[in-house]
Ligand binder design. Structure first.
Ligand SMILES: *[C@@H]1O[C@H](CO)[C@@H](O)[C@H](O)[C@H]1NC(C)=O
Ligand SMILES: *[C@@H]1O[C@H](CO)[C@@H](O)[C@H](O)[C@H]1NC(C)=O
Ligand SMILES: *[C@@H]1O[C@H](CO)[C@@H](O)[C@H](O)[C@H]1NC(C)=O
Ligand SMILES: *[C@@H]1O[C@H](CO)[C@@H](O)[C@H](O)[C@H]1NC(C)=O
Ligand SMILES: *[C@@H]1O[C@H](CO)[C@@H](O)[C@H](O)[C@H]1NC(C)=O
Ligand SMILES: *[C@@H]1O[C@H](CO)[C@@H](O)[C@H](O)[C@H]1NC(C)=O
Ligand SMILES: *[C@@H]1O[C@H](CO)[C@@H](O)[C@H](O)[C@H]1NC(C)=O
Ligand SMILES: *[C@@H]1O[C@H](CO)[C@@H](O)[C@H](O)[C@H]1NC(C)=O
Ligand SMILES: *[C@@H]1O[C@H](CO)[C@@H](O)[C@H](O)[C@H]1NC(C)=O
Ligand SMILES: *[C@@H]1O[C@H](CO)[C@@H](O)[C@H](O)[C@H]1NC(C)=O
Ligand SMILES: *[C@@H]1O[C@H](CO)[C@@H](O)[C@H](O)[C@H]1NC(C)=O
Ligand SMILES: *[C@@H]1O[C@H](CO)[C@@H](O)[C@H](O)[C@H]1NC(C)=O
Length: 563
């Protein structure tokens, strides 16, 4: 009876959602852009990757980024804007809208080049004011300021100082100089030598008309920015000590993603790749010496041994600015690098960049995963089905690893990670149903000092792959510690004690308005999906149901009945 009741409701909501969606498509047609939607499945994949990395310090996270000069703010785009010859193409609105779309696609970092023209900061080579750019960025940060959508963004700034024509210096740093990365082979730790003579740097930095601190404070909410001062405070260093930020950074610990986004409510870190500004002229900028910044090709070896894995993970902010394709971007990321794409695009073909960005952004889940599911509806039909558990699929032939949603009732080896060394793995001796972990503890599954776990960085995933290769296993599907049992499609690490963090936002607030920054249509779909899983799998009900399921399983296991 109750199930039927729920089903009737579900159908009602499916209908309702469908209507909303159709309406939405209709009303969004005027403003439709060529940018592809971020599908609900992709959003779930990106969000679950963010969530499992909560405990990682922000300097070790993967960021897929772009060089905005290379892909958008360039001469080709200027020409295309003139050819288009509409009000929005000529006054820069198209530029900013497309930048906004890039942010909504989920980029994690960007390089922006700026120059001073007639005592004002402009984006290099365009007539776009830096202030308008910052306002656009701020709109994105405001719209995505919720536990559902918030993520960290790295802002790399390159400052070019234009000298007046009568100056004797050969001073204008041209685009070619910047982008011709083949001629640059710079290993970071010394400041990038892109900027001009020290004297003019100082002039710019202190020129009140070019006060970039004031510009930031006037055009965006500076509370989003994590400053050098914050890093010092978090490490209990006093400002009084005469240490510069690079020195502090050598011994400082960066905050974890969780404390960065939810604890401190920060969203963005600004680093100046040039060295025009300093700590006193611009307290929002980190110096480039905090980065391990490579151009063209990496100077770091791809780790192969336990020791190499440990060594590379002591290096902070491993960034590689280069041209990539959909294959090698993954390779570089597996070696622990954060790519910044400099492939040539322009405003006419910028949307074609999305497959490249996505192939970097979604590093864990396989294609079209995590597939959407509603466990209750399935359980109603067949009590031995619950597509709410994640397995790692290893293919021996090409050594590929990807995560796939599977039926929690299936019996598989379970993945164990060393408690003291995240690059040491083991598999459970026996195959287990996913519930075994819920019903028991690590010691039932994993060897001593190991715990049921999952790879939470690409380096860890690479070390796992090497372990599997060494073990000479054939194709294998392994349970990893990730499930959406509490609420379908909300992927969490752990057991039934863990609650979906978005559940409150769903019930307490207008879900739709929180999702506006993400592409509108998929937002509606996501609401439908999450709403459906909440309607048909209320938490309390689900827990009871869960206990019953677990009891049933343990009973059948005790009786030795195979499924
Ligand atoms: C650019 O032009 C469009 C259309 O006329 C207008 O809506 C927009 O406000 C303008 N933007 C700026 C920055 O002037
Ligand atoms: C992006 O640029 C294109 C080409 O100029 C333009 O048609 C479109 O309106 C811009 N905006 C967005 C959101 O993509
Ligand atoms: C840029 O700033 C420098 C230093 O303040 C100044 O000498 C130069 O004239 C400025 N250039 C322009 C085009 O305003
Ligand atoms: C972001 O949202 C949180 C709560 O939702 C709020 O406390 C915080 O002040 C907001 N941040 C900014 C910069 O508005
Ligand atoms: C880039 O630098 C290389 C090596 O210095 C040079 O051979 C090449 O012509 C440069 N390319 C451009 C477009 O300037
Ligand atoms: C780039 O730097 C590496 C390490 O410093 C060096 O071994 C290599 O020869 C350099 N390559 C070029 C083209 O200068
Ligand atoms: C820049 O602006 C900030 C904030 O308005 C101010 O505190 C600072 O003194 C200014 N710096 C200079 C060099 O004018
Ligand atoms: C800084 O001090 C606080 C309070 O004394 C402490 O909880 C925190 O662990 C310290 N942080 C570091 C990095 O030492
Ligand atoms: C970093 O820590 C080490 C060991 O505690 C110490 O010797 C060194 O002086 C510190 N470096 C800085 C820049 O504080
Ligand atoms: C980058 O360097 C690696 C070795 O460090 C080399 O195998 C690879 O071919 C290089 N890639 C390019 C594009 O130069
Ligand atoms: C995009 O357009 C630019 C110039 O308009 C061109 O150089 C580039 O090759 C194009 N990129 C792609 C992927 O089509
Ligand atoms: C587990 O770790 C503890 C502490 O590091 C160690 O004393 C013990 O020998 C380890 N056990 C095994 C089986 O490796």
């Amino acid at each position: 009876m109750r199930i039927r009741h729920h089903r009737a409701f579900s159908l009602l909501y499916v209908g309702l959602c469908w209507l909303l969606w159709v309406n939405c498509v209709r009303c969004s047609q005027d403003t439709s852009s060529a940018w592809p939607d971020v599908t609900v499945v992709e959003q779930n994949a990106i969000r679950s990757e963010r969530d499992i990395q909560n405990t990682i310090t922000v300097d070790q996270l993967p960021y897929v980024g772009v060089n905005l000069r290379a892909i958008l703010f360039n001469d080709e785009s200027n020409q295309e804007n003139i050819d288009t010859n509409t009000a929005t193409s000529l006054n820069g609105t198209d530029y900013l809208d497309n930048f906004s779309s890039l942010l909504n696609q989920g980029i994690g970092s960007f390089i922006l080049d700026i120059e001073n023209k007639s005592n004002t900061w402009y984006i290099l080579g365009t007539d776009l004011l830096l202030s308008d750019f910052l306002s656009t960025l701020n709109v994105f940060l405001d719209e995505s300021n919720s536990s559902l959508s918030a993520n960290i963004v790295l802002f790399f700034l390159r400052v070019h100082v234009n000298m007046p024509d009568d100056s004797t210096e050969d001073s204008v740093v041209s685009f070619q100089d910047i982008l011709n990365t083949t001629s640059l082979n710079i290993t970071r730790k010394t400041p990038l030598a892109l900027s001009k003579k020290k004297k003019s740097d100082k002039e710019v930095a202190t020129d009140p008309m070019l006060n970039i601190t004031a510009l930031i404070e006037n055009n965006m909410n500076a509370a989003y920015i994590y400053r050098p001062e914050d890093l010092m405070e978090d490490n209990n260093f006093t400002m009084g000590t005469n240490l510069s930020v690079p020195a502090i950074d050598a011994n400082a610990t960066w905050p974890t993603l969780e404390s960065f986004i939810y604890g401190k409510r920060k969203r963005i870190i600004v680093t100046e790749l040039s060295s025009v500004f300093n700590q006193s002229t611009s307290p929002y900028f980190f110096p480039n010496s905090i980065l391990h910044f490579d151009q063209q090709n990496t100077t770091l070896d791809c780790p192969n041994s336990q020791e190499q894995f440990r060594n590379i993970s002591t290096i902070k902010w491993r960034i590689l600015e280069s041209q990539f394709d959909t294959t090698n971007i993954k390779q570089y990321m597996k070696c622990g690098l954060s790519p910044i794409v400099t492939n040539p695009y322009s405003i006419g073909n910028i949307t074609k960049i999305t497959p490249l960005l996505k192939s970097g952004m979604i590093w864990s889940w396989g294609p079209n995963e995590p597939r959407l599911s509603n466990s209750r509806l399935l359980m109603g039909k067949d009590s031995m089905q619950a597509y709410n558990c994640a397995m790692l699929k290893y293919i021996a032939a090409d050594g590929s690893t990807s995560w796939v949603v599977d039926n929690c009732y299936a019996a598989r080896p379970m993945l164990c990670k060393n408690k003291y060394d995240p690059f040491q793995w083991a598999l459970s001796e026996e195959k287990h149903k996913y519930f075994t972990f819920y019903n028991g503890k690590d010691s039932d599954i994993c060897p001593d000092n190991y715990t049921f776990s999952l790879p939470i960085t690409q380096l860890e995933q690479r070390s796992l792959r090497l372990y599997l290769e060494e073990s000479e296993v054939t194709n294998l599907n392994i349970w990893i510690n990730l499930n959406s049992i509490a609420v379908s499609n909300c992927w969490l690490i752990g057991n039934r004690g863990v609650a979906c963090p978005y559940q409150r936002s769903v019930s307490k607030r207008n879900f739709v308005s929180m999702l506006v920054p993400v592409v509108v249509i998929s937002a509606f779909l996501l609401v439908c999906v999450l709403y459906l899983s909440l309607i048909s799998v209320p938490i309390h009900d689900n827990r009871k149901n869960w206990r019953r399921v677990v009891n049933k399983i343990s009973k059948s296991e005790m009786e030795g009945v195979p499924s």
